[in-house]
Design a protein around this ligand. Structure first.
Ligand code: CAA
Length: 290
């Protein structure tokens, strides 16, 4: 039975996972190497819970109880005793491997390790741990408190008991699981990211402005956000990392990242989190940059 959930990485995904887990009654230990990131995470979880209270989706008592269930830790040894640890660090294979190397000696043999990777091979990541049978992909969508889906991805060695426990957990978190095979970027990002990359090509080739492209897809395809707005929301570094995994993993030139996306990332224009991407977020309202 899962009671205590460790979350590694206090960025937007890790905070969202901690938020949903605590609100669903689980004890959460949120871990990051940066005290500042942990402070920002707790602050944003508090604000997002307030938003749910204001809209009648949760009560003040639910919020208070959820906040009390979240402990923040900077030392991975404090994750000992967790029933599952969900890794939600940067989308970079070396970073994730480095984390698993430090994490594994701290955990008892029963602890499941799940990764929130949005594209990297689960089988390969699992092989870098001591427990490929108890290792699984559990991919949440952003913003985690709002989005219904969790993709579940078995590595070649993932055992059935692990799969069942994690599927059950996803349902208890109020999410709907969809199972994907362990191929680059799984289902959602295999379809979504080439669409976003194509939108960047559309901009790069001058087919439309940022505003025209986003308006076209919002009103013409009924997407809640335009693709460039969504790219800024996901983070342009993450978008590029996923395109690179698709390009390398499937060896097909149709997945080549748009040079304009590469340039934005090289400039450090990563979207909302750096206040500049396809939009400038420094003012009250986002302003298109092209
Ligand atoms: N925490 C809690 N609640 C939140 C929230 C958050 N971080 N962000 C938004 N909300 C809630 C709001 O309170 C509101 O709740 P009600 O419906 O109860 O009123 C609801 O979500 C809608 O929010 P807003 O009215 O503020 O804004 P909106 O209507 O413009 O919706 C959105 C915002 C839900 C983000 C919507 O624009 C949307 O669905 N965008 C697309 C998101 C998407 O595609 N995500 C997937 C990204 S891909 C991914 O995550 C995979 C990957 O690996 C890259």
């Amino acid at each position: 039975m899962i009671k205590t959930i460790g979350v590694i990485g206090a960025g937007q995904m890790g905070s969202g996972i901690a938020h949903v887990a605590a609100l669903s009654g689980y004890d959460v230990r949120l871990s990051d190497i940066s005290e500042d990131a942990l402070k920002r995470a707790v602050d944003s979880i508090g604000k997002n819970l307030d938003r749910q209270v204001t809209r009648g989706k949760a009560t003040q008592a639910d919020k208070d109880a959820a906040m009390k269930r979240i402990a923040t830790v900077t030392d991975m040894s404090k994750l000992r005793g967790c029933d599952i640890v969900v890794e939600a660090a940067t989308e970079n294979e070396d970073v994730k491997r480095g984390i698993f190397k430090k994490l594994v000696p701290e955990l008892g043999p029963e602890t499941i390790i799940a990764t929130n990777t949005s594209s990297i091979s689960i089988t390969r990541l699992a092989a870098s741990t001591d427990r490929p049978g108890k290792f699984i992909g559990m991919h949440f969508m952003n913003p985690v408190p709002v989005m219904q889906l969790v993709e579940l991805i078995r590595g070649i060695a993932t055992d059935e008991e692990t799969f069942k426990s994690v599927k059950d957990l996803a349902i208890k978190l109020g999410k709907t699981p969809a199972t994907a095979e362990d191929f680059p970027a799984f289902i959602v990002n295999r379809v979504l990211l080439p669409m976003i990359n194509e939108a960047v090509y559309t901009l790069y080739e001058g087919v439309g402005s940022v505003e025209a492209i986003d308006t076209a897809m919002r009103l013409g395809a009924n997407h809640p956000m335009g693709p460039l707005e969504l790219a800024d929301f996901i983070g342009l570094d993450t978008c590029l990392a996923i395109m690179q995994v698709l390009h390398e993993g499937l060896s097909d030139s149709k997945y080549r990242p748009c040079p304009l996306l590469v340039k934005y990332v090289e400039a450090g224009w990563l979207g909302r989190k750096t206040k500049r991407g396809f939009y400038d977020y420094s003012g009250e309202k986002p302003v298109p940059t092209r």
